[in-house]
Design a protein around this ligand. Structure first.
Ligand code: COI
Length: 375
């Protein structure tokens, strides 16, 4: 691959890889050897580099800690015919910039994001797990770095990508609570941005739901508490009367990459897909009429997460058992995405981005090349 940006590479001298138990990878606990960093200083992105993953110094006056200028992405890499591939990396790069604009942060050139990402994943390719439902999770993030405690936008920022091997996010079907007290996002707010504060604000409602025996909350719109938004950290899909319905993204819902992929695949397979406002009353009516067939969450981390039941006020809707016969739509989508990532399906929509020949070797110091090549 022709590389545009010179990216300095420093290798770790004590890889953590031998100590990792790949048969036990709780989501988010294990972090790979290297990270990609680029700083925004004086109005320019400077000094892109790959370094050993490790702690960084931060001033207590750092603006991000006080006023929340902090955004992230979540992506996955897998191996396809033995080579690392990313899934729709360009779409994630664009979405990061949409979040950046909303949070008054600088955008990052997409080709710099992609070059750094591909080199990092190529370098740490030995960390990509190859078991079913496993992947190398990728966490790009950007945050303010000014030391200043007046409320204003930072002038300087840092962008980092680090990765970690993961197993399934939700190992079993989820039980949902329809949340009518707390709100995730309102029109004109930051619901569409992948900013840290959205996740911070979801923790208390999620914890309360967990104490009451549920796994996640189903968010309702902020004004009427009538229309379904998202679930926990995922977009939602319902199958009712043989139609697939997903709440439309009108500014308060994250525009999920998995959501977009599912809509494209379902249309291609001939399903009727409705991307529209969907009220909880409509779902409840369908359930009590016996026409609510499936409900599932869609996100990068989980891919598909089947919903086992939904409780709205004092009534519980128990959905059909989670097996291929009762959940054909969710099962087909999940299998397709997993198989595509492993090279067992044709990449019809050109969603996979290869990390092979990323050019990372060009930037490794001569004396460290042997270490990388394992010779
Ligand atoms: C994802 O699905 O990648 C997410 O961002 C959800 C969560 C792990 C924050």
């Amino acid at each position: 691959m022709a590389v545009k940006y010179p990216i300095k590479v420093s290798l770790t001298h004590s890889s953590k890889l031998p100590s990792v138990d790949f048969s036990n990878l709780p989501f988010g606990k294990v972090i790979s050897d290297h990270m990609f960093i680029v700083d925004y200083i004086g109005g320019e992105w400077v000094d892109p580099r790959i370094e050993p993953f490790g702690p960084m110094q931060m001033s207590p006056a750092n603006l991000a800690l006080h006023y929340g200028q902090s955004i992230f992405e979540g992506m996955k890499a897998t191996k396809r015919n033995g080579e690392p591939v990313l899934f729709r990396a360009d779409m994630h790069a664009r979405r990061l910039n949409v979040s950046a604009e909303r949070m008054c942060m600088p955008t990052l050139p997409e080709d710099l994001f992609l070059q750094g990402l591909k080199m990092l994943v190529d370098l740490d390719r030995a960390w990509i797990p190859e078991m079913e439902d496993h992947a190398l999770y990728i966490r790009p993030l950007m945050y303010a770095t000014d030391e200043y405690f007046g409320v204003h936008a930072s002038e300087n920022y840092r962008f980092i990508i680090f990765t970690g091997p993961v197993g399934p996010y939700y190992p079993k079907p989820v039980k949902l609570w329809v949340e009518e007290v707390f709100t995730r996002a309102a029109q004109g707010g930051v619901g569409e941005a992948k900013c840290a504060g959205n996740y911070g604000a979801s923790l208390l409602p999620a914890q309360r739901a967990k104490s009451a025996g549920y796994d996640q909350v189903m968010w309702m719109d902020a004004v009427e508490k009538k229309y379904v938004q998202e679930v926990g950290t995922m977009n939602l899909f319902f199958v009712m009367d043989n139609r697939v319905i997903t709440p439309t993204t009108t500014g308060t819902i994250l525009r999920g990459v998995t959501r977009d992929s599912f809509i494209t695949l379902l249309k291609e397979w001939g399903y009727t897909v409705e991307d529209r406002l969907l009220s909880i009353a409509e779902i409840s009516d369908a359930y009590w009429r016996g026409t609510l067939q499936e409900c599932f969450g869609a996100g990068t981390a989980a891919v598909v997460s089947h919903v086992s039941d939904i409780t709205w006020r004092d009534r519980k809707m128990e959905l059909p058992p989670v097996d291929e016969a009762h959940r054909p739509v969710a099962t087909r989508l999940k299998n397709h995405i997993n198989r595509l990532r492993m090279g067992l399906e044709t990449d019809q929509f050109h969603w996979l981005n290869s990390c092979a020949n990323s050019g990372v070797l060009e930037f490794v110091k001569e004396e460290e090349k042997a270490q990388l090549l394992g010779v």
